[in-house]
Design a protein around this ligand. Structure first.
Ligand SMILES: [Zn+2]
Length: 303
């Protein structure tokens, strides 16, 4: 497919015949008799197409469609463009590429505008309800923060597990004399006493929920608030740079929402007393008790 920048704006062309059948098309154009007016298209095909310049005709897989002041059009390779039309050609080629990028970015942003309402509805749904995103975020925070109702020994342990990408909860204890001797036998060297060993207690499911990239506040609240700034902008009066930046930004929403859904699943797996109750740790009960009372927290303002 070729996108042509014509007087009627950018139009898509499916095949090469659509180019050669255009009224001004010349398959044998003498560059000495013409002045370049614009680069109006760029093509890339599997088969090679002979260059349209009368003194060249080299077959190319890719090249440009150009128009001249006299109204003629032809196809040329990049090197020919440079050789026969110089810097002018390069400026026109850049302008064509910029116009095309602007056009595609504008199209993407208009499409995104139409999706905003749906995105907000989906986010509202994800945040609200029993064990919804808001509940998940609020209840998971204490697990890796200090003084938020989870015993320090647990929150510190979880912090260390996250850092080490470890999913098995283990508890340190002093090795028995027999264990230390057995270890010495395996390693073939003396082991200093007292020796500490880690006993695996349980595998914690859903610990990924606490990874920074699964932060539900970021994915479902802050990310959505960014839309307000976009809504204050006029797509059609954005500069090329703005179009590029906003189109790139709009492109991140699908991934963020998918990530949020996966993160909620992980939170729900994580936040059950069965999953978090591998041993008797004093004062953890109060926190675990909260997990079985999943009061739906209204998701507040639909930002
Ligand atoms: Zn050529």
């Amino acid at each position: 497919m070729i996108t042509l920048n014509s007087e009627k704006g950018l139009i898509s062309v499916e095949n090469w015949d659509d180019i050669t059948s255009r009224p001004g098309f010349v398959a044998n154009l003498n560059p000495r008799e013409h002045t370049l007016k614009a680069v109006i298209g760029q093509y890339q095909f599997k088969e090679k197409i002979p260059c349209g310049l009368s003194n060249c005709h080299t077959p190319h897989n890719k090249g440009y469609i150009v128009s001249t002041e006299g109204g003629a059009e032809t196809n040329i390779g990049k090197d020919c463009g440079r050789a026969y039309f110089g810097i002018e050609f390069e400026n026109h080629a850049r302008k064509y590429e910029r116009d095309l990028a602007d056009y595609e970015n504008r199209l993407a942003l208009h499409r995104f505008s139409f999706q905003i309402e749906t995105i907000r509805e989906l986010v509202h749904e994800l945040r609200s309800g029993e064990r919804g995103g808001d509940w998940c975020y609020k209840v998971a925070q204490p697990l890796h923060a200090s003084n938020r109702g989870v015993p320090e020994i647990i929150s510190r342990k979880i912090g260390a597990m996250l850092k080490a990408q470890q999913r098995v909860l283990s508890i340190s204890r002093q090795a028995t004399a027999a264990e230390t001797e057995a270890l010495e036998a395996v390693e073939g060297r003396p082991v200093p006493r007292p020796h500490t060993i880690e006993d695996p207690i349980a595998e914690i499911r859903g610990l990924d929920a606490l990874d920074p990239e699964n932060n539900l506040k970021q994915l479902l609240v802050l990310k959505i608030e960014e839309i307000k700034e976009f809504e204050g902008k006029e797509i059609d009066s954005m500069s090329s740079k703005e179009l590029r930046q906003w189109a790139k930004w709009a492109d991140t929403f699908d991934e963020a929402l998918e990530k949020a859904q996966t993160a909620i699943v992980a939170h729900r797996a994580l936040l059950t007393p069965e999953n978090l109750e591998p041993s008797d740790i004093a004062n953890f009960d109060a926190y675990l008790g909260r997990l079985t009372e999943p009061r739906g927290i209204p998701s507040g303002s639909r930002s």
